[in-house]
Ligand binder design. Structure first.
Ligand code: ARG
Length: 465
């Protein structure tokens, strides 16, 4: 005999168990059990304060909910599919705890504003954890950048050697990307910290509730202005998933480069043993599994975003059961990005930088060609002409195996008698990097400036926490 549903009054026939299972969300929304109890506590406190519930009824409910909170923390709450979702499970457990007075809790409230409240609280509590983990990664990047301001590596465009750069500069590019991620997640909080509680099913309620009070009790910035919007809005979750996707894209690009740089062909970096694995057949292997997994997990987070965008796209106002599908992707994204950030932080902190190999890669690659063209331009040769001259020298050099730095002085003099011995200085990769003093360039002074600025940002954020 199926148990009677909380909403079962107008029903004559019960669905079978497979239908119950299909409709139930308890298998995943129990993740929001604590948020659900928090929401109920705020609601009942408000019902008490506004006189909607008698004090002793409200006090019994409060005590019952607090008991449930303790039991939840102790792992002593057991949920059932018959009770469908976390909201009705908690209410059933409350009834078991304090008897029929528990039924008064749902006065002036619906599961529609309840689930929205739980979900907002869930995201609201996770955002600071993501930001904290992002800052730890930024800290690791700054630390490595500081130790590598003068470490020279090839800079690439089209994956071809372009111009030499500072490895510290390269790392600071990622710092900037993650800083934008931090800012996006911070902004996300503005659209998350809005309380749907009291919107009831869709239209508000006739009870004289105090929505500002529940909003304050739950630490939200303010209540939603429109009850239809309050129960239908999932923008905050979409923003979270979109931010998470962009973050994963950044992590994935970094992971991809780490994988490249650790290959035999590049050999710029070596992962610490802790962040690599061996092969069951090839004894020599040291595989960058953790970086690859970060790159791979990017796909699932994009999937989480696409899933929710698609769930929401055709939904009429207000609540539709489709929206029960909004949670798993967000839970999954939270559980993916936090460990990815942690792994990347550990990996960056323990990476061994093979400075010689990096520097060597800039020596015979003609990546100082722009330097020579710029130098010729300073001697009065129009840049277009200088570009052509150097292009021809490179072509010849590629055929004869002679680097620009090895071209005899007489030959340079033939090109233009104003060329003096300083040309050889200019052609050195380190000098090429050092001289890029333009704002935000790879010149050592500029990289130092970026690092100092980054440190100030991190310090300021620390102080705000
Ligand atoms: N389990 C539901 C969800 O996750 C809760 C809201 C149910 N509301 C309703 N009117 N059926 O969306």
């Amino acid at each position: 005999m199926p148990i009677k549903k909380m909403w079962g009054g107008r029903f004559e026939q019960a669905g079978d168990q497979s239908i119950d299972e299909f409709g139930a969300s308890i298998s995943f929304d129990q993740e929001m059990a604590n948020e659900d109890i928090m929401g109920s506590l705020a609601h009942v406190k408000m019902l008490k304060q506004t006189g909607i519930l008698a004090s002793d009824d409200a006090d019994q409910i409060i005590a019952g909910l607090e008991n449930l909170q303790n039991k939840l923390a102790a792992g002593e709450l057991h949920f059932t599919v018959e009770n469908e979702d976390i909201h009705m499970n908690i209410e059933a457990l409350l009834t078991a705890e304090i008897g029929p007075v528990a039924g008064k809790l749902h006065t002036g409230r619906s599961r529609n504003d309840q689930v929205a409240t739980d979900f907002h609280l869930y995201v609201k509590e996770r955002l600071p954890l993501v930001i904290k983990q992002l800052k730890a990664l930024q800290g690791a990047l700054v630390q490595q950048a500081e130790a590598n301001v003068e470490t020279i590596m090839p800079g690439y465009t089209h994956m071809q050697h372009a111009q030499p750069i500072s490895y510290g500069h390269y790392l600071m590019a990622y710092f900037q990307m993650f800083q934008r991620d931090v800012e996006r997640f911070q902004f996300n909080q503005q659209h998350t910290s809005i309380s749907p509680l009291g919107a009831a099913a869709l239209a508000g309620t006739t009870f004289p509730i105090d929505r500002q009070l529940t909003s304050d009790l739950l630490g939200f910035d303010h209540p939603y202005a429109n009850s239809l919007d309050a129960v239908s809005d999932r923008d905050f979750a979409l923003e979270f998933l979109s931010n998470a996707s962009i973050l994963m894209m950044h992590l994935s690009r970094l992971a991809e480069e780490i994988i490249y740089w650790c290959s035999y062909e590049f050999g710029y970096l070596e992962l610490s043993d802790a962040y690599s694995t061996g092969s069951s057949i090839m004894p020599q292997k040291k595989n960058p599994d953790i970086a690859e997994l970060i790159r791979g997990k990017t796909g699932r987070v994009y999937g989480d975003l696409m899933g929710l965008l698609t769930v929401m796209k055709g939904l009429p106002l207000a609540y539709n059961k489709d929206m029960q599908e909004d949670k798993e992707g967000v839970f999954d994204a939270v559980k993916t990005i936090l460990p990815c950030l942690k792994m990347m932080t550990g990996m960056i902190k323990t990476l061994q930088v093979k400075k010689d190999q990096m520097a060597y890669a800039t020596q015979h690659d003609f990546s100082n060609a722009t330097e020579l063209a710029d130098y010729l331009a300073t001697k009065g040769i129009p840049f277009r002409k200088a570009h052509e001259i150097v292009g021809e020298l490179v072509l010849k050099g590629l055929k004869t195996g002679v680097d620009l730095a090895d071209i005899p002085f007489e030959q340079y003099q033939q090109i233009n008698p104003q060329i003096d011995e300083t040309v050889y200085e200019v052609l050195k990769p380190t000098v090429a990097v050092q001289r890029r003093h333009s704002l935000g360039g790879t010149g050592f002074d500029q990289v130092q400036k970026q690092i100092q600025h980054a440190k100030a940002i991190l310090k300021k954020q620390d102080a705000e926490d």
